[in-house]
Design a protein around this ligand. Structure first.
Ligand SMILES: Cc1cc2nc3c(=O)[nH]c(=O)nc-3n(C[C@H](O)[C@H](O)[C@H](O)COP(=O)(O)O)c2cc1C
Length: 168
C-alpha cells in the first residue's frame, strides 16, 4: 500500500461545512479571573476522556482571549447548556459584552461559576494542555460533577441550534 506524504489541502469553508455536520453539545466553560470576575466561553468540543482517572477535555482556538484566563486560573467548570438556554449561549459566545449579564450562577467548591438552569456540570482543575494545530486541547481532572436538571440539552448541527428528540 502506498502512502502519500503530502498532506491534502482543504478550503477552510469546506472543512467548516463538513465538521458542522457532526452534531455537538453546547457547553459553557467558566472560570474566575485574577480580578475575581467570572469569565466564560462556549465550546462545542467538550468531551469526556477517561473514567479512571476521571478526565474531560475541550479545544480552544489559539487566538481566544478567554483561554489565557482559563489557563491562569488553572481550573474550569463545564456547564452543559439546556435547550431553553440558547440566549445564554449566544451571549457567552459574543465578544465585547458582559457574558454573565442576567445569568445566575454560584461558585463550585473549587470556586468556578456553576450556571443556573444547566443540564449537568463538571468542575475541574487543569491536568494537561496540548497544542494541536491552531487549537489548544485542555484536559481537566474532575473534582466534582452533577446532573443538575432533567431538561433537554442544547445541540448544534449544520450551523443551527436544536433540541434532542429521542427516537423511542
Ligand atoms: C455552538 C458554538 C460552539 C463553539 N465551539 C468552540 C470551541 O469548541 N472552541 C473554541 O475555541 N471556540 C468555540 N466557539 C466560539 C467561542 O464560543 C467564542 O466565540 C470565542 O471564544 C470568542 O473568543 P474569545 O475567547 O476571544 O472571547 C463556539 C461557539 C459556538 C456558538
Amino acid at each position: 500500500m502506498s502512502e502519500s506524504t503530502v498532506a491534502p489541502e482543504f478550503e477552510g469553508r469546506y472543512l467548516r461545512d463538513v465538521f458542522g455536520h457532526f452534531p455537538t453539545s453546547v457547553v459553557a466553560v467558566t472560570t474566575i479571573d485574577d480580578g475575581d470576575v467570572p469569565v466564560g466561553m462556549v465550546v462545542g468540543s467538550f468531551t469526556s476522556v477517561s473514567l479512571e482517572p476521571p478526565l474531560v477535555s475541550f479545544l480552544v482556538d489559539k487566538g481566544s482571549s478567554t483561554l489565557p484566563k482559563i489557563l491562569a486560573a488553572g481550573r474550569f467548570c463545564a456547564n452543559a447548556l439546556a435547550a431553553d438556554q440558547e440566549s445564554v449561549c449566544r451571549q457567552m459566545s459574543k465578544k465585547g459584552v458582559d457574558r454573565f449579564a442576567g445569568v445566575g450562577w454560584e461558585r463550585s467548591v473549587t470556586g468556578n461559576p456553576v450556571l443556573d438552569g444547566v443540564v449537568a456540570w463538571v468542575d475541574c482543575v487543569i491536568d494537561t494542555t496540548v497544542e494541536l494545530g491552531d487549537h489548544h486541547l485542555v484536559v481537566g481532572a474532575v473534582r466534582e460533577l452533577t446532573v443538575a436538571s432533567p431538561k433537554s440539552p442544547l445541540l448544534f448541527f449544520r450551523g443551527a441550534f436544536g433540541e434532542h428528540s429521542p427516537t423511542t
